[in-house]
Design a protein around this ligand. Structure first.
Ligand code: ATP
Length: 387
C-alpha cells in the first residue's frame, strides 16, 4: 500500500488542456473517488497515475517515489476498466493468475492466491469457466480479482460498474466497499455517477473542465458545496437553483417575495437590488397545504426538518406559490416537479410517499431557510452559508 501524491499536474493534448492545477494527496489505504461530468478530465488523471499518460508538467509520487518517468508496468498499480478486458481463451482461474504469472511468482503461491481471491469475490465455483460463460457482473468480479491477486500498492478503477445493470451495480458497489474495508489498498475510483461517489468514497474530488472544484468527505461536500457546479452535481434530484434579486425583506423570486428573518438578513449582509442564485435541496422543501396532505404526512412534517425545537420553525420557513407539473410516486417518497407561475423556473420537490398531488394543482411550498444557499451568479461561488 502507498500514498499517492499529485503536485500541480497538467496534461495538454496539442492545444487542448485536459487537466491542470491538479494537486492532492491520497493517504495510504484511503478510497478516493474522482467524479465529474463527461470530459472533466477524471480518466486523464487516473491514466496519468497508471502511467498510461505522461503529465505535461507537475510531479506524481507513489509512496515516496517520484514516478513521472517510471513505466506503467513498474509502478505497482493495478487498473480495472469499464470493459473488463479479460482474456477470452483463458479460464477464470487463469485470468486471475495472469498478472502473477507474468511476474514469475511461484506457482504454489499463485494457486493459493487465486483460491483466496476467488473466495473473497464468490467466484470459487466458476474457476474453470471461460469469460463468455459468465454474466457481466461475474466478468467484472474476475477483472477485480485479477487486480486484487497482484496485491498492488494502488488500485485504479475506471467506471468499473457502468456496464452492469442497476441491481447488479448496487450489489457490486456494496461488495467493492466491503472488499476495500478488508484489503485496505489505496484506491482511486473514477465515475460520473454521484451515487457511487457518495457511497464509496472516503474523500471525493469533484472535477469540472479539467480543474478541481472541491475535495472533501461526501457528506461535508453535500452539506457545504463550494460552488453551484458541485451543489447541482452531487444529489439526486439535484439542488434547485432559483435566480433572485435581493430586497430588504427577502428575495424576489420570479415576482414572489421569499421572506427571510431579520437574523438572516443580518448574517447575509447582501447589497439590495443585486442578483443572486439561491440553492435549496428538494428534501428541504415542504408542502404548506393541509388539505393536500393526509393526517399522517402532516404529523410527519416536523420530523423531516432539521429544527431541534419548534420555536423558530415558522420564522425559518420561506413560502412560494407553485403549480405542479409532474408527480413521480416512488413508494417511500414522491418526487414532484413544480413551476413558479409566470416564469420558466422549475423546482424539484421531494415529499412523503403519501402526498397526493396532481399536475395542475396550485400549492404553497415552504422552504427551510436554514438550508438555503446563496451563490454568486457570475462565478457560481457560494456566498452563504460561509464556512
Ligand atoms: P468521460 O467521463 O467522458 O470518460 P473524462 O472526465 O474521463 O470523460 P477525459 O477522458 O479525461 O475526461 O478527457 C478530458 C479532456 O481531454 C476531454 O476534453 C477530452 O476530449 C480530452 N482528451 C482526452 N484524451 C485526449 C487525446 N488523446 N487527445 C486529445 N484530447 C484528449
Amino acid at each position: 500500500m502507498a500514498k499517492v501524491r499529485l503536485e500541480d499536474i497538467k496534461r495538454r493534448f496539442n492545444n487542448v488542456t485536459a487537466i491542470e492545477d491538479i494537486t492532492f494527496e491520497i493517504p495510504d489505504g484511503e478510497f478516493w473517488v474522482l467524479v465529474g461530468p463527461s470530459g472533466c478530465g477524471k480518466s486523464t488523471i487516473l491514466r496519468t497515475i497508471a502511467g498510461l499518460e505522461t503529465a505535461t508538467s507537475g510531479k506524481l509520487f507513489i509512496g515516496e517515489q517520484l514516478v513521472n518517468n517510471v513505466p506503467a508496468r513498474q509502478r505497482d498499480v493495478a487498473m480495472v476498466f469499464q470493459n473488463y478486458a479479460l482474456y477470452p481463451h483463458m479460464s477464470v482461474a487463469q485470468n486471475i493468475a495472469f498478472g502473477l504469472k507474468m511476474r514469475k511468482v511461484d506457482s504454489k503461491v499463485i494457486q493459493e492466491r487465486v483460491v483466496t481471491v476467488a473466495r473473497s469475490l464468490s467466484l470459487e465455483h466458476l474457476l474453470d469457466r471461460k469469460p463468455k460463460q459468465l454474466s457481466g457482473g461475474q466478468q467484472q468480479r474476475v477483472a477485480l480479482g485479477r487486480a486484487i491477486a497482484r496485491q498492488p500498492q494502488v488500485f485504479l478503477l475506471d467506471e468499473p460498474l457502468s456496464n452492469l445493470d442497476a441491481q447488479l451495480r448496487d450489489d457490486t458497489r456494496a461488495e467493492l466497499k466491503q472488499l476495500h474495508q478488508e484489503l485496505g489498498v489505496t484506491t482511486v475510483y473514477v465515475t460520473h455517477d454521484q451515487v457511487e461517489a457518495m457511497t464509496l468514497a472516503d474523500k471525493i474530488v469533484v472535477l469540472n473542465r479539467g480543474r478541481i472544484q472541491q475535495i472533501g468527505e461526501p457528506q461535508s461536500i453535500y452539506a457545504r458545496p463550494a460552488n453551484q457546479m458541485v451543489a447541482t452535481f452531487l444529489g439526486s434530484p439535484p439542488m434547485n437553483i432559483l435566480p433572485a434579486i435581493y430586497k430588504h425583506e427577502g428575495f424576489d423570486v420570479s415576482g414572489q417575495l421569499l421572506r427571510i428573518t431579520p437574523q438572516m438578513r443580518e448574517s447575509l449582509h447582501l447589497p439590495t437590488g443585486q442578483s443572486f442564485d439561491l440553492g435549496i435541496r428538494p428534501e428541504h422543501i415542504y408542502i404548506n397545504e393541509p388539505q393536500r396532505r393526509s393526517e399522517k404526512s402532516e404529523r410527519q412534517l416536523p420530523t423531516n426538518r432539521t429544527f431541534q425545537d419548534g420555536e423558530h420553525a415558522e420564522e425559518e420557513l420561506g413560502e412560494l406559490s407553485v403549480e405542479v407539473k409532474v408527480v413521480e410516486p416512488l413508494g417511500r417518497e414522491t418526487l414532484m416537479r413544480v413551476s413558479l407561475p409566470g416564469s420558466l423556473v422549475l423546482l424539484n420537490v421531494q415529499v412523503g410517499g403519501d402526498v397526493r398531488s396532481h399536475p395542475g394543482d396550485r400549492l404553497s411550498l415552504q422552504l427551510d431557510l436554514s438550508q438555503l444557499f446563496v451563490f454568486d451568479p457570475k462565478t457560481g461561488d457560494r456566498i452563504s452559508p460561509q464556512d
